[in-house]
Design a protein around this ligand. Sequence first.
Ligand SMILES: *Cc1c(COP(=O)(O)O)cnc(C)c1O
Length: 401
Amino acid sequence: MHHFDPSIEIQDYLVFGEYGDVNPSITDSSTYTFLNPKTMKELFEHEIEGCFLYSRHWNPTNKYLAEALAKLEDTEAAIVTSSGMGAISCTMLQLCNAGDEIVSSRTIYGGTYALFKNFLPRFEIKTKFVNIQDLNAVENAITEKTRVIYCEAISNPLLEVANIPMLAEIANKHNIKLVVDNTFSPIFITPSHLGAHIIIHSLTKFVNGTSDCVAGCVCSSKEFISQLTDINSGASMLLGPVLDSFRAASIMKNLHSLHIRMKKHSENALYLAENLEKLGCKVFYPGLKSHNGHNLLNEIMNEGFGYGGMLAIDAGTADKADELMAMMQQEKVGYLAVSLGYFKTLFSSPGHSTSSEIPEEERKAMGLSDGLVRISIGLDNNIENTFQRVKKCLQAVGLCN
Ligand SMILES: *Cc1c(COP(=O)(O)O)cnc(C)c1O
């Protein structure tokens, strides 16, 4: 257990507006005036503190949000992007040239999986998918062409916990980067403290928490963030996934309640997981002793925010999962919808997506069933009431007594 508290870092990050506004003024400009033409020329050559050129490069509102996210992840710097996928694709295209390879966890977000498997090969960037729990497999997949090890701190859909310290050791040994998607575990895992070099979030999920926009970020060293934003060669500058400054301002306000929300998501998820397990359901939640990542997570997590808001239950078959989800929506447990980190509970069935690539036998061994229902637990005030509703649904579809 680590004692780092990112909420203090974020709390201490104060930015005033023009007139002392407690919320900084929102930039309403795509371009910026220069009083001296020489300064403009200089800015093309290197970054100048507090000086802006064009909003695709940087704008003040995005800078505030990026700085706050660097505090969250305790990295030197960060950039914000218009989506989590924008953050991931820019990062990988910045790190990899034609002919290079990625070693990636096979259980990653569906969009990331499709990017690596179907899209990056167009640029001769090849990905080897491995079981990230198997450190020998990771090491064996690395060749002299490998540039990156890629994983999610807590993976989709079984919520497996990546051994970030060991993966970082392997990456350092081979002089390559460890990129960690921390979308499922904001504030309670700090990958930079465990050796990760680059940390990515889909801000769309827990960090924003209101399911009203799509956004992303990359947190890393000053050196890497400068590479991404380089006017002549940076992936974020040239591919252009710029976040709108009004959205950046609204995400920034939501970021300040992330610690309270994560505590509540975690508290509710643990309550449901424990009680569903008692009912005899097959539950995957890293806060449960029965989960294979429980001990590791206890070692690497920050104290005080719980084990996160995501859990999965196995309904056995895809049909049962569908029945259960329809019923849960009817009983107002939450919405049958993809995505996560919302104040209401969201559930969907991941069984047919990325996981289909994993051989049948291994899927069985992993506990990856077609009947898996992934649940993002909401901020329900009365979680016992929610549990009773879920129980009623489970009984109705014959999954418990
Ligand atoms: C949603 C998600 C993404 C993609 O983010 P977008 O904001 O939808 O582009 C990446 N990784 C994980 C783990 C996600 O859940």
